[in-house]
Design a binder for this molecule. Structure first.
Ligand code: ADP
Ligand code: AMP
Length: 216
């Protein structure tokens, strides 16, 4: 299965991705995670990406595409993948299609998580992420059992730099201008599945799972 998870920042893509990849046994490819890893390691891509991420802007397409292209050729992608946060622009969507066509492949489905702006803002301001395994928590909706400590690996939780109120507002604006047009793009290709992302995370997942089982 080759799946794209679409949705505004904070719509729950990462939360759902970790459940989907377990059930369907495909690798989770998150460009946001790849950028954060590059930033942590001080690579040239990381240094370039940081300038945009901290302002809530998209990293330019050429940088994003050069980072992700090699990832598709890795052996774990043979039986499919789940893309989280990519593509985010029409240029990226077209590049992805061209890359798949080279190997006579197509996307199986694009899952769009539909969540209102009000919910997004409250989710992102309460988001906490484990500095060791990357698990995501929320101070209101999904608290860790012990304050500031990951339930799974006991790592410390941190607030993402780009979850500050003014950056969140920017990211929502950028999403509407640059990423939202992908909804119509994939609708036109008849592979879009829209899921109500406002429900409890386990209900969102059950709906995604049912929908994906019909297209696999
Ligand atoms: P994205 O990867 O789309 O940016 P995340 O999965 O990191 O989004 O979720 C953003 C925040 O919202 C996190 O704090 C997460 O714990 C919380 N969250 C995710 N899904 C739900 C849900 N269905 N209900 C309530 N909170 C959620
Ligand atoms: P995310 O973890 O998906 O919310 O991504 C965090 C940030 O990384 C975004 O706000 C962008 O600045 C950058 N980013 C992630 N994926 C992409 C992408 N596909 N294209 C451009 N920028 C991206």
């Amino acid at each position: 299965m080759r799946i794209v998870l679409l949705g505004s920042p904070g719509s729950g893509k990462g939360t759902q991705a970790s459940k989907i990849v377990t059930v369907f046994s495909i690798p989770h490819i998150s460009t946001g995670d790849m950028f954060r890893e590059n930033i942590k390691n001080g690579t040239p891509i990381g240094l370039e990406a940081k300038k945009y991420i901290e302002k809530g802007l998209l990293v330019p397409d050429d940088v994003t595409l050069s980072m992700i292209e090699d990832r598709f050729s890795e052996s774990d992608c043979t039986n499919g993948f789940l893309l989280d946060g990519f593509p985010r622009t029409l240029v990226q969507a077209e590049a992805l299609e061209a890359e798949l066509e080279k190997n006579e492949k197509k996307l199986t489905a694009v899952v769009n998580l539909d969540v209102s702006d009000e919910t997004i803002i409250s989710r992102m301001t309460g988001r906490r992420v484990c500095n060791s395994c990357g698990s995501t928590y929320n101070l209101t909706y999904n608290k860790p059992k012990v304050e500031n400590t990951c339930d799974y690996c006991r790592g410390q939780l941190f607030i993402r730099d780009d979850d500050k109120q003014e950056t969140v507002t920017n990211r929502l604006r950028v999403y509407k201008n640059e990423t939202q047009p992908l909804i119509d793009y994939y609708k036109g290709k008849d592979i879009l599945i829209t899921i109500n992302g406002e429900q409890d995370a386990s209900d969102v997942f059950n709906n995604i799972r049912k929908a994906l089982e019909t297209v696999r």
